[in-house]
Design a protein around this ligand. Structure first.
Ligand code: BYC
Length: 472
């Protein structure tokens, strides 16, 4: 179905046929816009930004480019095409037609999953709110804003589900999405990583590489849901997510490129004296963002995850491509966990290990980009390799929380941890240094901050020196 842009809220769900729902969403819309004004990209309401907007959900229409003032971006409700034959692919309800309504007994569990997913979207916009002030180029500024408007749209996707399928509770949850704020001591966002700060562009690129990738894996699992409207919402969200991770991967790649260029040119490791970010600092930021993002997958052994699966609410990554019974009642899974202060391998019921299995898929995906970064470093002839830290390193959630583990997976005493910490995680001094490189924003088309290389190509076949943002 094409997206109807003649409506106040663009949509492909035939919103105008449900007056009550339409009114509820039209009531929420000004509150969303107020939130965007207060908590979204700071001081940007007059900017004209070269953005992509979806005009249909098929491959021809979802990437339409043009200049848009961000508060006028057409946030709307877009679900991927419905397959009338779709069946639930896993769990106790396997083989039954996918649900078009919420089964009564699953209502509160499903609502909780949707709220947790929805909460991350505005959280990330809040975290990135000040980055526009220190953008390293117009190209990067545009990418930041693209991500911000799409995270806003992902919030719309979840709010639609809450309002359309969860009645009064759903309306209250939709309000609460705009009341919790990232880092707010009284009303924080739900998941840990979304209360951390994203104060600089190195953090931003790490966040979009590692934390948005958690988004990819969680959305892919929810795209398998037996609740069809959730599955279809997530499927369309995933098409947008790919660009966010691209921004992260190429952002880090361009920082590495610039650092290596300067190291070679000046025959020195001391690139800080040249205004660039040294490789050990990049490794420390990587360590931090990777471990914070690992926490987002939850406990290693989780009865919640087992229930989501058995009930048909949340599947595995690419569930339908896995060759097994999709019930997992008799299956086991071997995982690494913490027990009595040690890291041990253990066989556990596969149903309980679903968070860990998804985390494993995620780790393997993360490693691919690291490999590409290392190949690029190697091509410059610099002997340095970035590494993903061990899954038990610096964890706050799950069986490794509270343990002291080095990046290479050795369990440490408190004294060893205290002595090593400054080499593994960004220190206040590292953060102050990275912050000192930020800003003011580079606003001349084609110019780039000293600490980052230009991109190999621009957006939508435009050149890197295109005027991606106009300041009116
Ligand atoms: N922080 O049994 P467990 C994205 C809680 S990112 C704080 O393991 P479960 C995006 C947990 O809530 C994707 N608390 O839980 C990226 C539970 O609480 P209760 C977001 C945490 O439910 C970038 C307790 O610990 N989507 O889209 O199996 C930019 C027991 O744990 C955390 C989703 O997450 C944490 N990290 O697993 C923009 C999908 N981890 O019940 C967007 C929906 C666990 O004891 N969410 N807890 O009060 C889920 O599937 C699950 O809620 C989780 C947690 C996988 C997150």
């Amino acid at each position: 179905m094409a997206i109807d842009y003649s409506q106040l809220i663009p949509n492909n769900v035939d919103l105008s046929s449900d007056r009550r729902l339409q009114r509820a969403l039209e009531n929420w819309q000004p509150r969303f816009l107020d939130w965007w004004k207060d908590m979204g990209p700071d001081g940007t309401s007059a900017y004209n930004v070269y953005l992509r907007t979806a005009i249909s959900t098929d491959s021809n229409g979802w990437a339409n480019f043009g200049y848009v003032k961000m508060p006028e971006y057409r946030w709307g409700i877009f679900l991927a095409e419905r397959d009338p034959e779709r069946q639930i692919a896993f769990g106790d309800n396997k083989g039954k037609p996918a649900w078009q309504e919420v089964p009564g007994e699953l209502r509160s569990t499903l609502r909780r999953l949707i709220v947790t997913q929805g909460d991350t979207e505005p959280a990330s916009v809040e975290q990135q709110r000040m980055l526009g002030k220190t953008a390293p180029s117009l190209y990067d500024l545009r990418n930041l804003f693209q991500i911000n408007v799409e995270e806003g749209r992902h919030l719309w996707a979840m709010v639609y589900l809450l309002q359309a399928y969860f009645g009064r509770d759903g309306r209250e949850e939709a309000e609460a999405m705009l009341e919790r704020h990232s880092g707010d001591p009284d009303k924080p966002r739900i998941l840990g990583a979304f209360n951390e700060e994203t104060p600089d562009w190195l953090s931003f690129f790490m966040f979009t590489y590692f934390t948005d990738r958690d988004g990819k894996y969680q959305l892919a699992s929810l795209a398998e849901s037996g609740f069809d409207p959730l599955a279809r919402s997530c499927r369309f969200m995933l098409t947008e997510e790919a660009h966010h991770m691209f921004v992260g991967e190429t952002g880090i790649g361009r920082i590495l490129q610039r650092t290596c260029e300067l190291m070679k040119q000046h025959r020195t490791d001391d690139v800080r004296s040249l205004g660039a970010i040294d490789l050990p600092t990049i490794q420390k930021y990587l360590n931090f963002h990777f471990s914070v993002s690992l926490d987002l997958f939850g406990q290693e052994a989780s009865t919640n995850a087992a229930n989501y699966y058995t009930q048909g609410l949340k599947g595995r990554f690419l569930e339908t491509r896995i060759d097994d019974d999709h019930l997992l009642t008799d299956a086991t899974y071997e995982l690494e966990t913490g027990a009595d202060g040690r890291i041990v391998r253990k066989q556990v019921p596969a149903l309980q290990a679903l968070n860990e299995r998804l985390r494993q898929d995620y780790i393997e995906d993360c490693a691919k980009g690291v490999l590409r970064w290392n190949k690029a470093i190697e091509r410059t002839g610099i002997p340095f390799e970035l590494k993903l830290p061990h899954r038990a390193f610096d964890r706050q959630i799950g069986a490794f929380a509270g343990m002291r583990v080095s990046p290479d997976g050795r369990v440490l005493s408190e004294a060893e941890w205290q002595a090593g910490k400054e080499h593994w995680l960004p220190t206040d001094e590292d953060r102050a240094y990275v912050t000192s490189l930020m800003g003011p924003a580079v606003t001349q088309p084609g110019q780039f901050a000293n600490w980052i290389a230009p991109p190999a190509r621009g957006i939508n076949n435009q050149p890197p020196d295109f005027e991606y943002v106009r300041f009116n």
